[in-house]
Design a protein around this ligand. Structure first.
Ligand code: ATP
Ligand code: FE2
Length: 332
């Protein structure tokens, strides 16, 4: 079966194409995207939506060319239905509806966070992992229990990527900040920062205020602040992920989201996993960051489990949470 997926939850407009009759990672035939960016970072919803309208045709054309397919060959159209920014989600849903109507193809709406987890299960050998999902807007620890992907811990304020970007902006490192912070951190020494894990949840507001004060004081080296923000914030993530592994009695940790590209984060997670006899899985960067192959893949799993949307029901659900969705496609 061939499924075309459309991603449009925030900055990224993407088209991915998957075919489940091929093996392993080769199931992904195309994974094309175009990302809306501004110099200072952040997102202006209406402008991001305009960007998605501008690029949708060319991204589709490129994806079909890479997959060597025509729309007629596609069996199902999937789109990111939740969660995300309303303005952006609407463009993806409209594009999916128009393709579905024009080519008479069934439609499936999918959840972006669950898609990160399912693409990880496809492209690594993880079977039943705890997902540490660290992106710009999202910071969640997710695991499968009782027919649902449950959220075991999450940020109580901003996502870790937005937190790193905001710190990097104050330090004059440009946008996106995460990759630059990673480079500066390599030459830094530790300075103490507030560490905030509450039960299974975490927050970054206090650490950001503290960092802003340290930047303003002019007494600290950039490298030291970059090193310390990574050590502190990542240790918070690792603590929650470890407790989720213990609580669920699972033996696999899967990473997802743009911040998971960070090598120091990967190293810290790996150490924790080794110490408790668990295994860490890291998909290639193209499947860590927002991408449409994951939307196509989850669409395929859902369609095979009987999910299908009538065009008039193909809406968006900007606030739908991961644990509100019944996981019909897993047998365990
Ligand atoms: P979502 O809509 O799911 O929240 P997003 O639009 O923020 O996702 P992603 O590509 O998943 O997109 O993540 C982008 C974030 O990842 C940015 O905040 C960026 O700074 C961060 N990032 C990318 N590479 C690194 C890195 N090497 N180290 C730390 N952070 C990184
Ligand atoms: Fe994402």
């Amino acid at each position: 079966m061939i499924v075309l997926g459309i991603e449009s939850t925030a900055h990224t407009f993407g088209i991915g194409i998957v075919n489940d009759s091929r093996k392993g990672e080769k199931k992904v035939l195309a994974n094309v995207k175009d990302t809306f960016t501004t110099k200072k970072g952040g997102i202006i919803p209406a402008k991001a939506a305009d960007h998605h309208v501008d690029v949708c045709d060319i991204v589709l054309k490129d994806a079909l060319a890479i997959a060597k397919l025509k729309l007629e060959d596609v069996n199902v159209i999937a789109y990111s239905q939740s969660p995300g920014i309303g303005h952006c989600l609407k463009i993806g849903a409209m594009f999916a509806r128009s393709l579905s109507a024009k080519y008479n193809k069934p439609l499936v709406g999918v959840n972006h966070c669950i898609a990160h987890l399912e693409i990880g299960r496809l492209v690594t050998s993880a079977k039943d992992p705890v997902l540490l999902y660290l992106s710009g807007a999202n910071t969640q620890v997710i695991a499968y229990e009782g027919k649902k992907y449950r959220i075991f811990g999450e940020t109580l304020d901003m996502g870790i990527g937005n937190f790193l970007d905001s710190f990097a902006r104050d330090l004059g490192l440009g946008f996106p900040g995460g990759p630059v912070v990673e480079i500066f951190a390599k030459k830094g020494k530790y300075v103490e920062l507030p560490y905030s894990v509450k039960g299974m949840d975490m927050n970054f507001g206090g650490m950001l205020t503290n960092l802003k004060q340290k930047i303003k004081s002019g007494k600290y080296k950039k490298e030291d602040l970059c090193y310390s923000i990574q050590e502190t914030a990542f240790a918070m993530m690792v603590e929650v992920a470890e407790r989720a592994l213990a609580h669920c009695d699972k033996k696999e940790l899967l990473l997802g989201g743009g911040v998971a590209c960070n090598k120091r984060l990967q190293e810290m997670c790996n150490k924790m996993c080794k110490a408790r006899g668990a295994k860490m899985f890291v998909p290639a960067n193209e499947f860590l960051v927002d991408n449409a192959a994951m939307i196509a893949w989850l669409g395929l799993l859902q369609f095979k489990a009987g999910d299908k949307l009538k065009i008039e029901k193909a809406d968006i659900k900007p606030y739908l949470r991961t644990d509100e969705i019944e996981v019909k496609w897993r047998k365990d």
